[in-house]
Write a protein that binds this ligand. Structure first.
Ligand code: C5P
Length: 227
């Protein structure tokens, strides 16, 4: 198994810059994350350009719909062969089960509670102000419904790992190289080393790498600290 654990988030709206970045970083990543911004700007053609350079993609489109629609969506996604893709756990048991397609190489990750929701919002929409309780419940249900893993914030890794055991993938965004420097919108952060020690399998890292002067150097440094 490859020991690379970093998934670089391609959130730029400059296609050429993104392609260059993929060329530079491809040997040091586990995969590249293609999300809304990239996919809805550059579509399937853009995706294929990235795939042709590095066929290791986390397609993060967070599907959430009735089970039949999600099943059809996932069947279409499988054709373009990402390693990982996402659905919302809140879509329910049947929706999660319908996302599992036999023999597909694409692993399905569940998104639990969006990290942008605070206590007031979780109370309002899920009738629960204890975020951690909700996140643990969602992770448990994702496992029961045979998803391959979950996406969660660094602060939740330890609790989720206890809940789901070893053989369940935990992917974590919100990674910052220096925990003390807070210069952007990520609030519940951890360093790469912390996140791996807490039990994450893969780290999604965007701006600390993509907006640095020397992305390859930063990525190599991160790889060194987590190996
Ligand atoms: O630039 P940064 O390292 O903050 O990028 C993190 C990536 O992870 C972004 O693509 C962001 O959308 C995604 N993400 C996140 N927090 C979540 C879920 C996804 O930051 N809870």
């Amino acid at each position: 198994m490859r020991s690379k654990k970093v998934i670089v988030a391609l959130d730029s709206s400059n296609l050429n810059k993104t392609i260059n970045l993929v060329k530079i970083l491809k040997n040091e990543v586990y995969a590249f994350k293609v999300g809304y911004q990239f996919f809805f700007n550059y579509g399937l053609n853009g995706y294929k350009k990235i795939y042709a350079i590095c066929p290791r993609i986390f397609l993060d489109l967070k599907l959430h719909d009735i089970p039949n629609t999600v099943k059809r969506g996932i069947k279409a996604i499988i054709k373009i062969k990402p390693l990982l893709t996402t659905i919302h756990i809140s879509g329910g048991d049947e929706m999660m089960q319908s996302s599992k397609i036999k023999k597909a190489r694409t692993k399905i990750l569940g998104v639990s509670i969006l990290t942008s929701l605070d206590k007031k919002q979780t109370k309002k929409y899920y009738n629960e102000s204890k975020l951690l309780l909700l996140v643990k419940k969602f992770a448990r249900e994702a496992k029961k419904n045979n998803l391959d893993g979950v996406v969660c914030s660094p602060k939740e890794i330890k609790f989720i790992r206890k809940e789901v055991g070893k053989n369940f993938i935990i992917v974590t965004p919100g990674i910052r190289i220096n925990d003390k420097i807070k210069s952007d919108d990520q609030k519940r952060t951890a360093t790469p080393e912390n996140a791996i020690n807490l039990g994450a399998n893969f780290l999604v890292i965007g701006r600390p790498i993509t907006e640095s002067k020397d992305p390859l150097k930063i990525l190599k440094e991160i790889n060194r600290t987590i190996n």
